[in-house]
Design a protein around this ligand. Structure first.
Ligand code: NDP
Ligand code: MN
Length: 395
């Protein structure tokens, strides 16, 4: 409870100067199921219930939520055709399904993939999602979203972003709009605690990267810095312990880390590491988001550090210390990837694949490369990708 009060206090403190924070409505705890279902009655009766198709079913949560929706007399329509690294095509199927139902609101129960799909459906009811991504059309309407994040996490439960893979253009792009911010952002440790080790590692590493990238951006505000630092301190205390299953306390700690980092992300945004990681998952959908980041994070930071920008390098030292290191950020990051067993090699990645990732990063992700606190040249990006991804070199 104390942690929740602290988070809400920090949000309240900065609400006036940051309208985004005023939109947030957060619920974090243990076994929140029934009170939440009661609460969401205020959003209407007809609910589109979005989930993935494996974990939540196997763990019995789909059954549990369906029973609760029925108990409170919702008109519930379940949609579970959602997979990791969701594609535009899958999202369009979800939109087709939703258009027939015309729900009052969407209840998303899942990781970033499920929440992002719910977001795409929410605005896709009123226009073409890819046109929204490409800014060929403007978003004016959305269906309210309630997002219960089952991973810790992507921050998607609090961000105005949805990440979408277009399998025709082989691009992984981000849709942004304030209407994508969920009306209620939930994390329930009785659900997140079941995430398998590999998911704890990859999603926890994503949290770490969100905090590091926000903090190191030149346009990082004091407010965002405060959220990012809180996230880093929580990552230090809880990430590796959560990975090693040292009790629910650490799972809860990572929920908070995810919220702090997610809010920081919504306030500022990412830069080079995410700009390189998205093209990797776009070309290789089986590589999940946090794993893609783990491949390239240390080498990206190493390259940025070598640019000898004093302000940035001071921040890197601070970050390393907040994460429990001795000031050497590259070593600190490598220790995390090692402790989380994310330092494995990427098999079957060819020089041709590397060229494609470099082209995409410098192409459709160039805007986020430009947000790097130090200028990264084409050669820099190429050497990061080659050094971190090619098997012969990354050992
Ligand atoms: P996913 O949502 O892809 O989930 C990964 C896997 O974990 C799935 O197989 C899922 O099961 C399973 N799983 C989820 N929760 C649990 C649980 N509690 N117990 C057991 N298994 C569980 O992972 P992420 O959360 O990492 O989301 C990744 C996506 O989010 C990427 O597309 C990424 O780009 C995006 N992203 C979005 C951001 C945003 O602001 N919108 C920011 C950063 C990343 P099942 O298959 O049943 O669903
Ligand atoms: Mn991310």
């Amino acid at each position: 409870m104390e942690e929740l009060n602290q988070l809400i206090k920090l949000i309240d403190k900065h609400k006036r100067s940051n309208p985004y924070l005023g939109y947030l409505n957060i619920s974090i705890g243990n076994n929140l199921h029934e009170p939440l279902i009661k609460y969401v009655q205020s959003f209407g009766k007809k609910v589109l219930f979005c989930t993935g198709n494996t974990a939540m079913r196997n763990l019995g949560f789909i059954k549990k939520y369906n029973a609760l929706f029925n108990k409170y007399k919702f008109d519930v329509h379940h949609y579970d055709n959602i997979f990791p690294n969701p594609t535009l095509k899958q999202m369009q199927e979800g939109i087709f399904f939703a258009k027939k139902i015309k729900p009052d609101f969407i209840f998303a129960l899942g990781g970033g993939s499920v929440i992002d799909t719910a977001k795409a459906i929410s605005v896709g009811m009123y226009g073409n999602v890819w046109d929204f991504v490409e800014k060929k059309a403007n978003i004016h309407h959305s269906i309210p979203i309630v997002a219960s994040s089952t991973t810790s996490g992507t921050g998607s439960q609090v961000t105005p972003y949805a990440v979408i893979t277009n399998t025709d253009t082989l691009e992984k792009k981000t849709l942004k709009h304030p209407l994508l911010i969920p009306k209620l952002s939930i994390a329930d440790v009785s659900i997140t605690r079941f995430a398998p080790k590999y998911i704890v590692a990859t999603t926890g590493f994503d949290v770490l990267c969100h905090a590091v990238e926000v903090y190191t951006r030149e346009d990082c505000s004091e407010t965002a810095e405060e959220f990012a630092k809180n996230a880093l301190m929580l990552v230090r205390k809880h990430l590796v312990r959560s990975y090693n299953n040292k009790g629910v306390k650490h799972k809860l700690g990572m929920i908070y880390a995810d919220f702090y980092a997610g809010i920081a992300l919504a306030l500022v945004g990412t830069h080079a590491p995410h700009a390189i990681a998205h093209p990797i998952s776009a070309r290789f959908p089986l590589i999940n988001h946090g794993q893609a980041l783990a491949y390239i994070m240390a080498d990206t930071i190493q390259t940025q550090k070598e640019k000898k920008n004093d302000a940035l390098n001071k921040k890197f030292i601070k970050i390393s210390q907040l994460l429990g290191g001795n000031g050497d950020i590259v070593k600190t990051i490598r220790n995390y990837t090692k402790s989380l067993e994310l330092n494995r090699k990427l098999a079957d990645f060819s020089a041709h694949d590397a060229e494609l990732v470099i082209k995409d990063t410098l192409g459709y992700r160039r805007e986020s490369i430009r947000k790097s606190p130090v200028n990264l040249s084409e050669e820099d990006i190429a050497s990061i990708v080659y050094n971190s991804l090619l098997t012969s070199k990354n050992g």
